[in-house]
Structure formats: structure tokens, C-alpha cells
Design a protein around this ligand. Sequence first.
Ligand code: ATP
Ligand code: MG
Length: 630
Amino acid sequence: MGGSLKAAHARSIEDREGFWAEQAQLIDWHEPFEKVLDYSRPPFARWFVGGQTNLCHNAVDRHLDSLGDEPALIYVSTETDQERVYTFRELHAEVVRMAAIMQSLGVGRGDRVLIYMPMVAEAIFAMLACARIGAIHSVVFGGFASGSLASRIEDASPSLIVSADAGSRAGKVIAYKPLLDEAIRLSSHKPANVLMVDRDLAPMTMVEGRDHDYSTLRERHLDAKVPVTWLESNEVSYTLYTSGTTGRPKGVQRDVGGYAVALAASMKHIYCGNAGETYFSSSDIGWVVGHSYIVYGPLIAGMATIVYEGTPVRPDAGILWQLVEKYRVTVMFSAPTAIRVLKKQDPSHLTRYDTSSLRALFLAGEPLDEPTARWISEGLGRPIIDNYWQTETGWPILTVAHGIEQTPTRLGSPGMPMYGYDVRLLHEQTGREVGANEKGVIAIVPPLPPGCMQTVWGDDDRFVSTYFESIPGRQVYSTFDWGIRDDDGYYFILGRTDDVINVAGHRLGTREIEESISSHPAVAEVAVVGVADQLKGQVAVGFAVLKDPGSIEQADARLALEGEIMRTVDRQLGAVARPARVHFVTLLPKTRSGKVLRRSIQALCEGRDPGDLTTIEDPGALDQVRQALA
Ligand code: ATP
Ligand code: MG
């Protein structure tokens, strides 16, 4: 593309169709599209109308001639000590076998297949097999228990569920089959078939007639030929639920052609990955990052993708960088939460391996606080790029695009609006546009660009009412995040719109207070919530995880540190932002995707029920909050 990011962005808004018609050349089309954008029914956008394509073709088949014997999928499990490299040709063969199995189980175009799997190669075969035959996959994070799984089975009504005997986390085996059986029992929808991958980690009781063994069926379809099913661009590729940080998860529905184009464009302009190189995202296929940047994005770009089962600290805190060295990773994607985990460990792990192949480390999913950004960029000596987006959008809204221009990054800012997103900062109450250095709700004027959600699965009304009706007077997409823009156009995320507290008439973002507290050298991580207070309306209360929890075993050490932290906030933000209390815990309550459940903490602080906890990582974290409050 060349030129400046701002110019590319301006063009993408002024000449939407021209801009995206060009990007569409990055993928293969079986039949060309007749119309770039159909926006006759706002806010529903239909991209590349009439075009026929296929995600699996673009991710796999398309590369067979040029990259057939090059690595496509690099599977590494530090849980089961397995490592296996599949070339594009081998990946193709496995995907075709999986597609044949699915067809033999009656799965066809438009049918739903729910994938409840740990990080194993077969999970990726299953996703790509669905894409190949036009089935709609719905991946459910393998760490979820029966309740969460049941509600997703209910919503997606799959004819087939693909699962495995067990997952493993930090050396602990978690049997999936009993959880799955219980979820199917709880759900009113019953799948006709269940396909089980047996990893030999946990015993399984198979249900006669419903449950099938993957390796047996695979043998039967070893030489299968399953041609790609060409799909109209707007057919559904998958559904996926949001993380559930702020309430009941929403079933995000995505298309085929728009998604493929958006990912191909982002790989080129934002992630700057080239065919033949290796991409490593330490996320999980259960999240949107896993869909876009473990599976489809890298493969569409002809890159090998590392599929990693394990934690960032086992066998030691150098494992991620060891993989970077071994596979000459050029682009890496992780989350601030993973980096904060590493921050509690010996920093020498960062320099033990040769990470010079790495062009950049991208971090997304939650606010990247300055101390963490500084720690990792100095420790690694590689560029760190924050990117801000949502399950709903599928690819970054705000970041820098070094494939277009070498825009410098700014600590604490994910960057600028990406091409295709008409981003505005709007006043919460009046809907008027705010100026530079003024806080507003981050909103996007529709149509949303290609790759973004089409609707809420099975619920168009919820799509419109949830996302497009919260700003008074205009139909714009709300991200439900606060932001601010500096004079140069860099955005800063100030937290979620429901994470604002009101202290004696001052509106403060909990994020700002968290930033301030985490700048204290003893603090590894912190969550701040607003708690009702008779005098002030609300006061800030912090829950901090220390780098060295042993340092505050004595009560007076604890008090002294609490005082020091309060003075840090006084100095940086003013006394009005000073937390009324800072409690020390060793664990924060988070969703399974690593986001802090501030609402639940706040509820406990106010003596209320913590609410829907189906997405919580470790309920023990809430007990710590309870104990701290007691
Ligand atoms: P739910 O919508 O169900 O409450 P969720 O919003 O946590 O769940 P996701 O779609 O996984 O589900 O997360 C998107 C949100 O994560 C964004 O709206 C924003 O609040 C936060 N986020 C993502 N990336 C960044 C980032 N780079 N900086 C700050 N916040 C981020
Ligand atoms: Mg959200």
C-alpha cells in the first residue's frame, strides 16, 4: 500500500469499495464478487456479495504448489512432551480425512459442529475441515466446565461435537469426556454424533451409536478425497462467544469472504508476516485470537503456525523464547496477562535464547500497562506492539501498521485507527464527538469493515440493540470501552464503560488508578473497583498481587506498603483517586481468557452476589477477595 497510515485510513473510509476491492486480491476467489459492499439494510453489512471462496482453500490448498513441503502446523505440547511438524501437504491430508469423517457422520453445508478441544492438532484439522465443507464451527474453550459448555451446545445446536478424552494444564490432566457427557445431559439440544480423539490421558465411556473413535474412522478415510465446497462470501463460517467479562457472552457470527480478506490484509499490513516464516500465538483456539491468529491468519499468509499446549512457565519461564529460537519465529502474539506472569519470574529467562528472528511481539486482550510494556520490551530487546480489538471485530481496531508505515509506537497506547474502521470518540450522554485529550466512548460508524461480526447468532435484534443503540441520537457501533486521543492521533484505552467510578463527583477510570498502582515496583498486577461509600458516593478499592508475596508476611510491612502505594497514587493522580484500601492477594479473579472480573470483585466488596461465574478461571481467587475483605 505504501504512503502514510493516516492517508491509507482516510482512503479506506472515503472509498470503501475501492479500498477493499484491492485487498480482496490477496485471497483466491472461485467466482469473483459482483458487489464489494451491500449496505442496504443498516447496520448489517454484506461484503463481496456473490463472490465464491473458501477459508480452507485459502489457508491450505492454495499453498500446496509453492509450499507443499514447508511446515504449516508446528504442534508443541509441554504437557505431553510432544512435538510434531505438519507440512502443508500433510496438513491438507489430515484436514481432508477429517472432512471425510464429518461427511460420513452426516455433516453438510450450514450444519453446526461444536469443537470442545484442548490445544491438539486435531482441533485445527476439525476447524479447517468444517471450513472445507461449509459446516459452521463453534469452538468452545476446552477449559470450560459443563454449565458453560451446555449453554453453548444449546445455542449452537450442533449435529456433531468433536472432543477429546482430556486436556492437561500445568501437568494436571482434566478429563473432558465426563464434562461433555454432563453438558449434553444438561442441554435440551442433543447432538446426533460425538467424535472423540483419544489422547490416552483419561478413560472414556463411549455412548453406543452416538460416540465415535477418531483414529478408527481416520483409518477408514486415509485416502479420502473431499473437494472444497465453494461458499458465497456471506455464508456463515463460524460462531464464537465473547469472553463474558461483562455478563452473558454474545454469540458472534462471522462470514467467509470478508473474514478471509480482512485476515489476509492484516497479515500483510499489521503483522507483516511472510510466506515461509513462522508465526507463534500463545493464545488458545477457544478465543478469537486463536481463530484469527493461530489458525486462519497465519495459514492464509502461507506461514507456519505454532500450536502450543502448555503454560508460559513450564518447564521454565523461558519456554516461549525457546520456541522462538528453535522455530525462528518472526511474528509473535501473546497477551499482557502472560507477560505479567513472566514478570514474576527471573528476568534472565528473557535473554537466554536467541530471539533475534522476532520482528515484533504483539500483545492484545487487555490494557498493556506501561511498566509491563517497558519490562518486556527492555528485557527482550524486540519491538512490542499493542493492539486493541474485540471478539466482535475479529482483527485489530487500533494499532500501528508497519506494513504501511513505520509509525512509532507510544507506551500505553495501542496506536491509531486501522483502515476500514471509522473510529470516533463520543460523549457518553450527548453522543457528540469529543476533541483531542477528551475522554469518550470508542465507537465505530458503520458499516463495520470486512471480518467483523455479521450479527449475533440467531438474534439480529440483539445485535442491533446491544451494539448500535447505546449512543443517543445515532446508530453507531459501541465498543463499550473508554478512550482518549492525543494531539497526534494516538489512542489510549481508559477501561470499560462500566468500569468508571465516581468519587465525590469526580469520574475516574479504574484503569488509570490501576496504572498508577502498578507503577509501584513491588506490584506485579492489580485490579481496582469502585465501591459504594456513604460519604463520597464511591471509593476506589485495590487488590494487588505482589512480585514477592513473602515481603509482607508481617502486618506492619503490609501496612507500610499499602501506605506507600496510596502515596504513589496521590502523587500521580491526586488524592481524589487514592484508593480507600489496597488489599494484597496472590491471585486475581479472571475469566478463562485472562481478563479481570472487576464486576464480581465489586459485588463482593459491596456485599452482593458475585453474579455469573461460568467463565471464571479459578474460583479460589474470589475466596481470597472475600478473605481480604473479612
Ligand atoms: P464480554 O464482551 O462478553 O464482556 P470481553 O469484552 O472480555 O467479554 P473480548 O471480545 O475477548 O471479550 O475482549 C474485548 C475487550 O478486551 C475489549 O473491548 C477491551 O475492553 C479489552 N481489550 C482488548 N484488547 C485491548 C488492548 N490492547 N488494550 C486495552 N483493552 C483491550
Ligand atoms: Mg466485550
